[in-house]
Design a protein around this ligand. Structure first.
Ligand SMILES: NC(=O)c1ccc[n+]([C@@H]2O[C@H](COP(=O)([O-])OP(=O)(O)OC[C@H]3O[C@@H](n4cnc5c(N)ncnc54)[C@H](O)[C@@H]3O)[C@@H](O)[C@H]2O)c1
Length: 258
């Protein structure tokens, strides 16, 4: 497929996990990729540009966007994906940790959008932000992360209103649990993992490619009438009311003869 043939696409946080898979997916469909990350990628797509960038630093982000436009002649899409996690009780969470999480997960998205908008207006391009299902509800011990991703969810809606006037679409994906270095700690222990996968209706962790496919859809012409949307890609976990899984419980009862 060549849905993105000749299109210039920036992926922040593209050196690892979801960002790496997204850069690879766009490149495989013909895009000219810029990976913007603090760390050098191990797997940079052929022909891609790597610009070492801290998304919390506005000057660095502006320079990275300008370099992309200088090399590619335009910008068609930015995927604001860079993010960090944190898990700690709120009562002992250092203020610096709260501020750091917001700086990367929320302010970093704002800075990326702000820098890209003037160039996207010229191409009638699009923005895809990477939020999380953690921006749609609460998790245990993750209040700062939840709040930072909630900001991305509503920023995406608000920016879509503003950018519609310029012909720029703005959407986000809300991944559930995805097998990347960021989630590794929470998935490492077999018993924790089994418990978690029991709660996911599709009974597996998502792969980075599952999210890359959703991001590519939102950036594609197939989504030309989609804007202001937060697309949940979570194996069904947020569709669940929390009621017991009667199908599995019945199966367990039958196998034990009760
Ligand atoms: N993995 C999951 O289960 C999951 C679920 C929901 C949402 N997300 C979100 O997906 C996005 C990608 O996460 P991932 O799971 O691929 O994690 P990851 O740790 O594999 O990748 C994150 C990338 O962001 C980069 N990065 C971090 N801070 C940066 C900064 N200040 N400037 C530039 N780059 C920076 C890292 O170097 C890394 O390459 C994040 O926004 C994360 O919150 C992940």
């Amino acid at each position: 497929m060549t849905r993105f043939s000749g299109r210039a696409v920036i992926v922040t946080g593209g050196a690892s996990g979801i960002g790496e898979a997204t850069a690879a997916r766009f490149a495989s469909e013909g895009a000219l990729i810029t990976v913007a990350d603090m760390n050098e990628p191990n797997n940079l797509p052929q022909g891609a540009l790597f610009v070492r960038t801290d998304v919390t630093d506005e000057a660095q982000v502006v320079a990275m966007v300008e370099q992309t436009v200088a090399e590619r002649g335009k910008l068609d899409c930015i995927v604001n994906n860079a993010g960090i996690g944190a898990a700690m009780p709120t009562s002992i969470l250092p203020l610096e940790s709260w501020e750091k999480i917001f700086a990367v997960n929320s302010t970093g998205v704002f800075i990326g959008c702000k820098a890209a908008i003037p160039h996207l207006e010229a191409t009638r391009g699009c923005i895809v932000n990477v939020a999380s299902i953690s921006g749609l509800g609460g998790d245990y011990l993750m209040s700062a992360y939840n709040a930072s991703k909630g900001a991305v969810v509503n920023f995406t809606r608000a920016l879509a209103m503003e950018c519609a006037e310029m012909g720029i679409r703005v959407n986000a994906v809300c991944p559930g649990v995805i097998e990347t270095p960021l989630a590794a700690g929470a998935l490492d222990r077999a018993e924790d993992r089994d418990h978690w996968m029991e709660l996911v209706p599709l009974h597996r962790a998502g792969q980075p490619g599952d999210i890359a496919g959703a991001i590519a859809f939102l950036a594609s012409d197939d989504a030309s009438y989609v804007t202001g949307h937060n697309l949940v890609v979570d194996g069904g976990i947020t569709a669940h009311t929390g009621q017991p899984n009667f199908i599995r419980r019945q199966a367990v009862r039958s196998s034990s003869g009760n």
